[in-house]
Design a protein around this ligand. Structure first.
Ligand code: AMP
Length: 537
């Protein structure tokens, strides 16, 4: 195993320099090219004053250049912080501020966003920008030390010496935070190396792999796509995001790229099943389908397993805080009926799943308890947030036998008679919609900052569609306020990304209350469920 993640690329570049590493829409890079370009980038970052441990934000669509960028950041002994180009500037500014980033690497169609960031938040003006695009950038001003793509050629591509060790942070992934401020999950090189080491062995991966890169870079599934592939010297095929809405083309992409591995959130698999675009015996090169991040409904799994008997199907489970996935279950055969539950299985090597009651004792087999995770995948904690870290990461309950910490997932689970763990749902108001992790509290916090609302409550109901959940907003207008859902939605879109925007809106004169006088969210959900077919108002 390497000491640092990018050393996998260096090793492949020495052994098989001309092997294809990354395939994008318009560009393909070999391992030698990846190595050379990322060495140059690391040098230019260091020359510009970027120091060990500094956070470098990444604002660009997933592309070969984005892969070069994150490798260059690692090689400069720095930490990458991927920003979602679909997020509004206000939210990105919060993340930039929280991670205290002095550097930003950007490229692709993000100039409007950069311009808005400069307008929205003056502090962005002190950030140095590395513009990783051949087209000139006409936005600014930014801090000193910035550079353009052409400047890379002025730097040597010789290998660098690294100061980082495997326990240093590799990246910070910001996820939705219930208070309205996104939480930065710090992930070390060591965290990823352990998972990739387990997964590449368990799945028997080798240099003939052609793996999908479907998840965006701000999602931790992307980390396995990238480093699982580079660890074995395979090819990473970047899936264009626009194919997500074009099921036939997405299936054609899998065929044409001759993928051996597909890894995504379940909503994509549901979508392809819903449009019935997978033929019997389709995707003959495909060896495995992996999903993570949400429940894959059993009917969807049956659809896939019936059509692709040559493929191995594995459910991976885990939160970002425990690095990509902590447990796995390879489905032994097509489930017998559409209601058969699919377990999340058993812990990956070096990880531990604990189903505990409120006094931190293991629950009896079959009983529901809260799921905690221990082991090698655990993040050191939330970026510069000791209070949240102490709340979520606790000492292991059998400290004498197992020193270390466990992470509170907020998931409910039970251990079956078969010894496998089954996911039962959430204990809180975190939801998944199209695979995105969303704290309903973040949407409420953003709504509460808008004028004209006396009260609001955001609830989620099952959608019955491929996205899994529908976000619904109930609100009481302030006296005299003339509000329309369309106007509210427009305002809200300045604060949260599109996937957090409620699909249903409903005005109330007053909210139903429960016995404690609190908003009765269960009742609000019932109202939305009863009107499931009602058009948005
Ligand atoms: P994220 O940090 O985005 O990976 O979200 C983590 C949460 O997604 C977990 O705490 C679960 O609630 C849910 N989750 C992840 N994987 C699965 C899975 N295989 N089945 C069901 N829920 C999952």
């Amino acid at each position: 195993m390497p000491e640092l993640l990018h050393e996998w690329v260096s090793r492949q570049a020495r052994r098989r320099p001309d092997a294809v590493a990354v395939v994008g829409e318009r560009e393909t890079l070999t391992y030698a090219q990846l190595e050379s370009l990322s060495n140059r980038l690391a040098r230019i970052l260091k020359r510009g004053g970027c120091r060990r441990g500094e956070r470098v934000a990444l604002l660009m669509p997933k592309s070969p250049t984005a892969i070069v960028s994150l490798l260059g950041i690692y090689k400069a002994d720095c930490v990458y912080v991927p920003l979602d180009p679909a997020s509004p500037p206000r939210r990105l500014a919060k993340i930039l501020e929280a991670c205290d980033s002095a550097w930003l690497l950007a490229g692709g169609p993000v100039t409007d966003l950069l311009a808005a960031l400069v307008d929205d938040d003056r502090s962005v003006g002190s950030i140095a920008v590395g513009w990783m695009d051949a087209k000139p950038l006409h936005v600014g001003p930014f801090g000193g030390g910035g550079f353009g793509l052409g400047d890379l050629q002025s730097c040597s591509d010789d290998p660098l010496e690294y100061e980082n060790t495997r326990h240093d942070p590799a990246h910070i992934l910001f996820t939705s935070g219930s208070t309205g401020i996104p939480k930065g999950v710090v992930i070390t090189h060591d965290n990823v190396i352990h998972f990739v080491g387990w997964a590449t062995t368990y799945f028997g991966m080798d240099s003939s792999e052609r793996a999908s890169a479907h998840a965006p870079l701000n999602f931790d599934l992307s980390v396995f796509d990238i480093f699982g592939t580079f660890a074995v010297g395979g090819r990473l095929h970047l899936v264009p995001p626009e194919l997500n809405l074009l099921p036939n083309q997405l299936a054609e992409f899998v065929r044409h790229a001759e993928l051996t591995q597909w890894f995504s959130v379940p909503s994509v698999l549901n979508y392809l099943a819903k449009f019935d675009v997978v033929r019997r015996g389709d995707f003959p090169t495909l060896r495995r389908v992996l999903w993570c991040g949400d429940v894959l409904p059993t009917p969807s799994l049956m659809y896939w397993m019936e059509r692709l008997p040559h493929v191995r199907f594995t459910n991976l489970y885990g939160p970002t805080e425990a690095t990509i996935a902590s447990s796995y279950y390879t489905v032994p055969g097509c489930p017998p009926d559409p209601h058969a539950p699919i377990p999340i299985g058993v812990a990956c090597d070096g990880e531990e799943l604990l189903v505990l009651d409120a006094s931190m004792e293991p629950v009896l087999p079959g009983e529901a308890g809260e799921l905690w995770i221990g082991g090698v995948g655990l993040s050191p904690g939330y970026w510069r947030d000791p209070a949240r870290t102490a709340e979520a990461f606790r000492p292991h309950p059998s400290r004498a036998k197992a020193p270390g910490r466990i992470y509170r997932t907020g998931d409910l689970a039970r251990v079956g008679d078969d010894g496998l763990v089954y996911f039962l749902g959430r204990t809180d108001s975190q939801i998944k919609s199209r695979g995105y992790r969303i704290e309903l509290g973040e949407i409420e916090a953003a709504l509460n900052a808008l004028a004209g609302l006396q009260e609001c409550a955001v609830v989620a109901i099952p959608s019955g569609g491929f996205e899994g959940t529908t976000i619904c907003c109930a609100y009481v207008p302030a006296p005299g306020a003339a509000l329309t859902p369309a106007a509210l939605r427009r305002e809200l879109s300045n604060a949260v990304p599109p996937y957090m925007l409620p699909a249903r809106w409903r005005a109330f004169d007053r909210f139903p209350r429960n016995a404690n006088g609190k908003t009765d969210r269960r009742r609000l959900k019932e109202v939305f469920e009863a009107n499931a077919t009602e058009a948005n108002r």
